[in-house]
Design a protein around this ligand. Sequence first.
Ligand code: KG4
Ligand code: ZN
Length: 353
Amino acid sequence: MRILALESSCDETACAILENASLLSNVVVSQIDIFKAYGGVIPEVAARSHLEAILPVIDQAFQDGNLLKNGQNDWSKIDAIAVTHTPGLLGSLLVGTLTARTLAILHKKPLYAVHHLKSHIFSNWLTASPSYPLLALVISGGHTQIIRMTSDTDFEIIGTTLDDAVGECFDKVAKILGLPYPGGPSIAKAAKSGNPEKYPLPIPKIKDLNFSFSGLKTAVLRAVQKEVDVPISFPSHELKNLLTPEQINDFAASFQNTACKILLQKLKKAQKIYPDTASIVFAGGVSANSALRSLAQKTFEKSPNSPKLYFPDLKFAGDNAAMVGIAAYHEILSGRQPTDPYSLNILPRSEIS
Ligand code: KG4
Ligand code: ZN
């Protein structure tokens, strides 16, 4: 079975073609260069950029997969279309879903609407086969969740953030430190030259498996203000001018270390509650973080039942369409029926279920 998958939930326009679980092509056009100048995504600009990019990206995916006939995209070689339908930016999702449903109607292909967080989780199946039951730590720009899965189709959210997502926190702390957008990779780079113990930051005391990251962001802000000796009313966007490169690196390292500890302490707690956990899979943009990857290995290597850890290949950690295709493939294998292209809705429940 060949699946053509589309992803446009935020600021990447992507198309991938899979033959069963193997990838024939994987095209990602990122809008990062546009949004660097603004320090963040502007939804209307993102939607318009998706509109410009989506058809060329699809053409490129056919070309890269050697699926052309007389120089045209050979739709007879495609068996199904998959698309991200939620959650994400409204205008961005609309471009992907309208394109997918139009192509499904035009070329008479079954259409599968895929949840973005399921795609992030299944990005791990592009390179491995984690066994169940598992815990998935979904850490992206919009979500921070621990999800227990007992099969390809059984998802239970056992922990979630009560406020900011961890990726959002990386992005906001990067702004305070004057590091370029997107904040996650910038913090990770600066942290490599910093001392993670230099600035002690608080770990929230939440008893259950939920997270909170807004306090950590404020704690960094207050620590920076204290370090450069300005009052709390001092404009946060001017703080970066008062910091030395060494202080920036130390704040980046201290913040990253604390954020990783918060994530892994909760994950460890979840693993104790569910001792039958066979695998732990990391998913979403923040799972690209190398400090998190090595701290995770250390955290779980000595645990009693030692679950096997999985991280997505770096090219599948951020938003891409290969993960949408593999998620759809697993859903189809589990008997999932196609979505009616005339009634594909981008706003059903946005929680994974
Ligand atoms: O999954 P993703 O690409 O998009 C969403 O679905 O949100 O995640 C984007 C988030 C951003 O907040 C970005 O700063 C963060 O992932 N991120 C990282 C790293 N690479 C991307 N955070 C920490 N370390 C990284 N290396
Ligand atoms: Zn994502």
